[in-house]
Ligand binder design. Sequence first.
Ligand code: PMP
Length: 427
Amino acid sequence: PGNKKVLNQQLELRRKFISSSLSLSYEEPIYMKQSAFQYMYDQAGNTFLDAYNNIMLVGHCHPKVVKAGQISMAKLNTNTRYLYDELFTYSEQLLSKFPPSLNKVFYVNSGSAASDLALRLAQTHTNKSKVMVMEHGYHGNTRMGINVSHYKYNHKGGPGKKEYVIQTPIPKIFESGHNSEEEASKYFIEKTLSDISLNQNEIGTFIAEPIIGCGGQVPLPKNYLKNIYPAIRKQGGVCISDEVQVGFGRLGDFFWGYEMYGVIPDIVILGKPMGNGHPIGAVITTKEIAQSFENGPEFFSSFGGNPVSCAIGKAVLEVIEEEELSKKAKETGNYLKNQLKELGRRYPEISDVRGEGLFLGVEILDHKKRPDRKKAQYLKNGLRQRHILIGTDGPHDNVLKIKPPLYFNKENSDTLISNLEILLREK
Ligand code: PMP
């Protein structure tokens, strides 16, 4: 009862100071106090297993990242109008993760600022204003970000689709109604190619996530980008890969999502895990696109690329490498995916398990094969009562999202599966 009182006081303060357009997770929100690696601790001393926060890629409060921030904050904080080592050492390390054609970096402070800048870069370079976006995609909270995010502009009360936006279907193989993956893939490729040809020579930008997060963790068909990228370029456009959710090794074999599909984008958007919770974002692009932008006004971000952010970003890259976190993401991800599929054989409401590494989605359908939002929410809230954090998303909010810190291990997977099973058995 004491805890209930503290929670209610918190909720009251929240309502007093914070707009209700900011949502809270769970029917019973959690008053958090501390976190470490894949665990979070609430005000009452409960331990939660975090299977959801992809920002904390190398683990909540990883000591190496914390220390890098502390040391650099006590030493120097300035901006990119001065020369300092951290900017070069970090940029060199970050760009070494990309193919040689992607060799210029612009630093900002969020994924939204990165996507906004990426769209400006694309528009400046191509001099074409039409943007092709994917249904249920999300790219950021700026006005431009909302305008290219079907997930937001199409929402109740959203601004609607702008004339310059061309919306192509989410290529979701599951539920496409085709007999085979090849057939579904062919259908989606042909549909998008025909959307491109209807707007021939007018599309300056194609923007897509490698696995569509807000759309319900939907990977693209294998050959999709291999067909779409050349068609966009042929009519004078450039291709953006939004790696904010999936980048930095979470996918196991692929450090970046676009690698899954054997393509190289013209512009890449980075954010979330880049600073393991410290607000950094970036746009990576080619020399040619950067040059087009140089003809315009100076680009300046007060905080983008400051030495503290660079030191933190560098520590994140080093931890990924030193602790072989991509390898861990692959091993644990495969193990968890198989376990989820096995659970799906016994509980048919688990209708599809998809994703790569530690970026997984579980589609929940009812016995008539319709999206079952209620069951998905029941599972999410039930797991929360059992001190396990996951999310839900997708147009029907019926997809469980699992994207934990990469410290999440096989034992944690077993805990998640056994608790899911208890909840599935109950209902
Ligand atoms: N792109 C994608 C794919 C995202 O998921 C998000 C955030 N959910 C953003 C961009 C925007 O990032 P931020 O919230 O850091 O502005």
